[in-house]
Design a binder for this molecule. Structure first.
Ligand code: GLN
Length: 452
């Protein structure tokens, strides 16, 4: 049924970069065989899933939305991919994304933009826009994403679904094509909070193949989603998020969600996190710095595209021609920004300063979580914007992640759950719920209460 749905609507949506009908049916048959043989598979056995095309899959191409990896087939599976298979999920295909997960609209994909199912002229968020659109358009009940600065929560918010960024280190980066390694976090998309929790549980947990993986039990996210009760919880509204620059319809739905939580027995207070104001500029130094280092591996020798290798050119020339042809404009901008910020003479002024801001943001969270159990804010300042509107204005594009970035810099857990439609445009609004490191269950508990 989901393959039929993909065939019916994906020409308009462009959520998928790769769908393998035969391969999908073969995976489904294998799950049937495992169940028939008495294997105890989890609750998601046989459920189809759309997989962000930034996770290595040995039986499908893995492009990261870039020309430089066109037709590349990894020789191995990412840990997330492997765990999906072990749990018996059926991978329908790979979803579109901003090139190397750099962007907030999926317009930076080398394979064309994805369209928001609510309004095809609008963006589905990014960078995991193919994954959010696939779930929102009922092409798949579940999908995977990665969140470096908001790339799960922001697309979830603007397509009206649930998207969770687990605690950094709570889900494995092994086999995830790296953007900014100190921030990258795999997480789930679903149409309701409990489904997201089930998927979260299926692929998270310690992985010895990822050196930053946390060696502790996965927080009890499924129980928390079932609990769905906020009586007695202390909820902090982040004072810095929600004034000028926020769409009135977004703020109206956000304030209603806060009132709802209060009516369900939560105690709501305002909390100030003064350093959050500097999260965006700090992120746009740290993330490009790490990207400039991570993307050095695309050297025309090891993977994918190779341009100009006709026997007359040096390795350096082939490398330069390949990178010039293979990377898109946003990726090049980030590599230049990062290289500049890391260069000697500028390092202390830019990268070093940004790292200090990062520490201040962690301290704001720490102080806040002494007072409250979770923090809440709108997930994004506006609803989905029209395709093309911010394409030539990187600063306007970067603002989409204003509220989501602090949790990446601090590494704590955060979720976006739907909280209604904005009056001006009838488009979905997301409520962001932020919890401490390894407090992922609190996000699900509060999220499920709002959903009920
Ligand atoms: N939009 C942000 C960026 O462009 C975040 C991306 C992400 O989380 N992968 O960097």
């Amino acid at each position: 049924a989901h393959l039929d749905r993909v065939a019916e609507v994906d020409k308009q949506i462009n959520a998928f970069l790769h769908v393998d009908v035969e391969g999908t049916l073969a995976q489904a048959r294998r799950v049937d065989e495992r169940l028939a043989a008495g294997e105890a598979l989890g609750p998601l056995a046989g459920v189809p899933i759309a997989h962000k095309d930034v996770f290595a899959t040995r039986d499908m191409p893995t492009t990261a939305g870039s020309k430089i990896l066109e037709n590349w087939r990894p020789p191995y599976d990412a840990t997330v991919t492997r765990r999906l298979r072990e749990a018996g999920l059926v991978i329908l295909g790979k979803t579109n994304l901003d090139e190397f997960a750099m962007g907030s609209s999926t317009e930076n994909s080398a394979y064309g933009p994805t369209h928001n199912p609510w309004d095809l002229t609008r963006i589905p968020g990014g960078s995991s826009g193919g994954s959010s659109a696939a779930v929102s358009a009922y092409e798949a009940p579940l999908s995977t994403g990665t969140d470096t600065g908001g790339s799960i929560r922001q697309p979830a918010a603007v397509t009206g679904i649930v998207g969770m960024k687990p605690t950094y280190g709570g889900s494995s980066r092994y086999g995830l094509i790296a953007f900014a390694s100190s921030l990258d976090t795999p997480g789930p998309f679903a149409r309701n909070v409990l489904d997201a929790a089930l998927l979260h549980e299926a692929f998270s947990g310690h992985d010895p193949l990822d050196s930053t993986s946390i060696d502790q039990a996965v927080p009890p996210v499924v129980d928390a989603a079932r609990q769905a009760d906020v009586a007695g919880m202390r909820i902090g509204v982040v004072k810095e998020f929600g004034g000028e620059g926020y769409q009135p319809g977004v703020l109206a739905r956000f304030h209603e969600a806060v009132e709802l939580l209060e009516s369900l027995g939560a105690k709501v207070v305002e909390v100030s996190c003064a350093a959050f104001e500097y999260a965006l500029p700090a992120y746009y130094l740290i993330a490009p710095s790490e990207c400039s280092s991570n993307l050095a591996r695309f050297d025309a020798m090891r993977y994918g595209l190779r341009v100009g290798d006709d026997g007359t050119r040096s390795a350096e020339e082939v490398m330069a021609l390949t990178r010039a042809a293979g990377f898109g404009p946003e990726v090049k901008r980030r590599i230049m920004l990062g290289t500049y910020a890391l260069s000697s003479g500028y390092y202390d002024a830019y990268y070093g300063q940004a790292q200090k801001v990062r520490t201040l943001i962690m301290r704001d969270f720490e102080a806040a979580f002494h007072q409250v159990d979770v923090l809440v804010s709108p997930t994004t300042p506006t609803t989905a914007f029209p395709i093309g509107e911010r394409a030539d204005d990187p600063m306007a594009m970067y603002l989409a992640d204003l509220c989501t970035i602090p949790s990446n810099l601090a590494g704590n857990a955060a979720i976006s759950v739907p909280c209604g439609l904005a009056d001006e445009d009838g488009l979905p609004v997301g409520l962001q719920i932020m919890a401490p490191v390894l407090g992922d269950d609190r996000c699900y508990r509060v999220g499920a209460a709002v959903e009920k």
